[in-house]
Design a protein around this ligand. Structure first.
Ligand SMILES: [Zn+2]
Length: 85
Protein backbone atom coordinates (compact mmCIF):
# COMPACT_ATOMS: atom_id res chain seq x y z
CA UNK A 1 0.00 0.00 0.00
CA UNK A 2 1.23 3.46 -0.88
CA UNK A 3 0.12 6.75 0.60
CA UNK A 4 -0.10 9.65 -1.80
CA UNK A 5 -0.50 13.22 -0.59
CA UNK A 6 -2.40 15.49 -2.93
CA UNK A 7 -2.55 19.26 -2.58
CA UNK A 8 -5.92 20.82 -3.34
CA UNK A 9 -7.72 24.09 -2.82
CA UNK A 10 -10.74 24.00 -0.54
CA UNK A 11 -13.89 26.07 -0.98
CA UNK A 12 -12.24 29.04 0.74
CA UNK A 13 -9.34 28.90 -1.71
CA UNK A 14 -6.97 27.66 0.98
CA UNK A 15 -4.50 24.95 0.12
CA UNK A 16 -5.19 21.69 1.90
CA UNK A 17 -3.53 18.32 1.77
CA UNK A 18 -5.56 15.23 0.97
CA UNK A 19 -4.38 11.70 1.51
CA UNK A 20 -5.04 8.97 -0.98
CA UNK A 21 -4.15 5.32 -0.79
CA UNK A 22 -2.95 3.12 -3.61
CA UNK A 23 -3.20 -0.62 -3.11
CA UNK A 24 -3.95 -3.89 -4.83
CA UNK A 25 -7.42 -5.40 -4.69
CA UNK A 26 -6.00 -8.22 -2.54
CA UNK A 27 -4.69 -5.72 0.00
CA UNK A 28 -8.05 -4.00 -0.01
CA UNK A 29 -9.86 -7.27 0.66
CA UNK A 30 -7.48 -8.11 3.49
CA UNK A 31 -7.94 -4.72 5.12
CA UNK A 32 -11.70 -5.09 4.83
CA UNK A 33 -11.69 -8.62 6.29
CA UNK A 34 -9.44 -7.54 9.17
CA UNK A 35 -11.69 -4.57 9.97
CA UNK A 36 -8.83 -2.18 9.41
CA UNK A 37 -9.42 1.51 9.03
CA UNK A 38 -7.45 4.29 7.39
CA UNK A 39 -6.88 7.80 8.73
CA UNK A 40 -7.53 10.41 6.07
CA UNK A 41 -5.59 13.04 8.01
CA UNK A 42 -2.28 11.30 8.63
CA UNK A 43 -2.42 8.01 6.68
CA UNK A 44 -2.14 5.79 9.74
CA UNK A 45 -3.70 2.31 9.55
CA UNK A 46 -5.88 1.23 12.47
CA UNK A 47 -5.42 -2.52 12.75
CA UNK A 48 -8.84 -3.73 13.85
CA UNK A 49 -12.26 -2.78 15.18
CA UNK A 50 -13.20 -0.54 12.26
CA UNK A 51 -16.22 -1.71 10.28
CA UNK A 52 -15.72 -1.29 6.50
CA UNK A 53 -18.39 1.45 6.46
CA UNK A 54 -17.20 3.23 9.61
CA UNK A 55 -16.80 6.99 9.60
CA UNK A 56 -14.77 9.40 11.69
CA UNK A 57 -13.29 7.14 14.32
CA UNK A 58 -10.55 8.59 16.47
CA UNK A 59 -7.05 8.00 15.12
CA UNK A 60 -4.36 6.66 17.43
CA UNK A 61 -1.71 8.31 15.30
CA UNK A 62 -2.89 11.94 15.17
CA UNK A 63 -5.79 12.00 17.65
CA UNK A 64 -8.24 13.44 15.12
CA UNK A 65 -11.51 11.86 14.00
CA UNK A 66 -10.13 10.81 10.65
CA UNK A 67 -10.38 7.03 10.61
CA UNK A 68 -12.75 5.59 8.01
CA UNK A 69 -13.48 1.98 7.05
CA UNK A 70 -11.92 0.87 3.77
CA UNK A 71 -15.23 0.49 1.90
CA UNK A 72 -16.07 4.01 2.98
CA UNK A 73 -12.68 5.29 1.79
CA UNK A 74 -13.30 3.66 -1.58
CA UNK A 75 -16.73 5.31 -1.91
CA UNK A 76 -15.12 8.65 -1.05
CA UNK A 77 -12.58 8.18 -3.82
CA UNK A 78 -9.59 7.95 -1.48
CA UNK A 79 -8.50 4.49 -2.57
CA UNK A 80 -7.15 3.67 -5.99
CA UNK A 81 -6.31 0.19 -7.12
CA UNK A 82 -2.89 -0.46 -8.59
CA UNK A 83 -2.73 -1.40 -12.23
CA UNK A 84 -4.31 -4.76 -12.82
CA UNK A 85 -2.36 -6.80 -15.29
ZN1 LIG B 1 -4.51 10.12 11.92
Amino acid sequence: MNIVKVKKLNRQGKEIELIRFTMSETEFRDLSNEYSGLCLFCGETTECGVEPDAERYECEGCGRDGVFGVEQCLIMGRIEFEGTN
